[in-house]
Design a protein around this ligand. Structure first.
Ligand SMILES: C[S@@+](CC[C@H](N)C(=O)[O-])C[C@H]1O[C@@H](n2cnc3c(N)ncnc32)[C@H](O)[C@@H]1O
Length: 211
């Protein structure tokens, strides 16, 4: 919506590092980041929805508001989201606190869609966000993250630590600025233990007392 550009710009002026963009994402990026999501994806977490550019696209794809948990740290954005998506669960919360928040019973989430500015965040924060998100993601589920950078914004050592792999989904060249979307998934035969991962063979070796 046209007025979203102004509210986004004002939010960026007051907290540039947290907002991470001067304008909401465009149609091409919203299409790309939600492209693998269907109504059967089940519960979805959206991190940093801002004014809802990706949220509207999820609804267009047939996702029910009741299946959406929107986690936003900007209080003005959070209030706007509550008005725009009254059927969704909108939480005013730091995505870095996902792990201890008991948002779901078990791990039913089919997808996490993230608009968070990870490039502006510390390694520790990224580990708590991505590790926390995967504690809710069911086997086979995925975490979708966009970036304006040239490489995956979750660095390789963090992926290794969490037992994840990153795949470039595609680039949205029509977005301003152009952006890329990465899909993060668990590596095969890997289980998460808190914020770290152990491969089955390694954990078996440890159980068997092997070094
Ligand atoms: C680049 S904007 C993306 C907004 C929207 N997804 C879009 O693409 O138009 C980043 C959003 O993440 C939110 N955000 C930043 N850090 C956050 C955190 N730690 N927890 C939750 N939301 C956060 C900001 O308030 C902002 O709404």
């Amino acid at each position: 919506m046209p007025q979203d550009f102004l509210s986004f710009f004002l939010a960026w002026m007051s907290a540039p590092g947290r907002v991470g963009a001067i304008a909401p994402s465009g149609e091409a990026l919203a299409n790309l980041i939600t492209s693998e999501i269907t109504p059967s994806t089940g519960p979805i977490i959206e991190l940093g929805p801002g004014t809802g550019a990706f949220t509207y696209k999820l609804l267009e794809r047939g996702v029910r508001q009741e299946n959406l948990t929107l986690i936003e740290y900007g209080s003005d954005f959070m209030r706007l989201l509550q008005v725009r998506f009254p059927g969704a669960r909108v939480l005013w919360m730091d995505a870095g606190r996902l792990a201890g928040s008991a948002l779901f019973e078990g791990a039913p989430v089919g997808a996490v869609v993230s608009g968070l500015p990870l490039l502006n965040m510390s390694t520790r924060k990224i580990v708590s966000i991505v590790g926390g998100a995967f504690s809710y993601i069911r086997p086979g589920g995925a975490f979708y993250q966009f970036t304006y950078g040239m490489t995956c914004p979750v660095p390789r050592p963090i992926l290794d630590r969490l037992g994840l792999k990153a795949t470039l989904l595609d680039r949205a060249m029509l977005n301003v600025p152009p952006a890329a979307v990465y899909r993060l998934t668990r590596r095969p035969q890997c289980r998460l233990t808190g914020n770290s991962a152990v491969t089955s063979s390694k954990s078996d070796a440890l159980k068997n007392g092997e070094a």
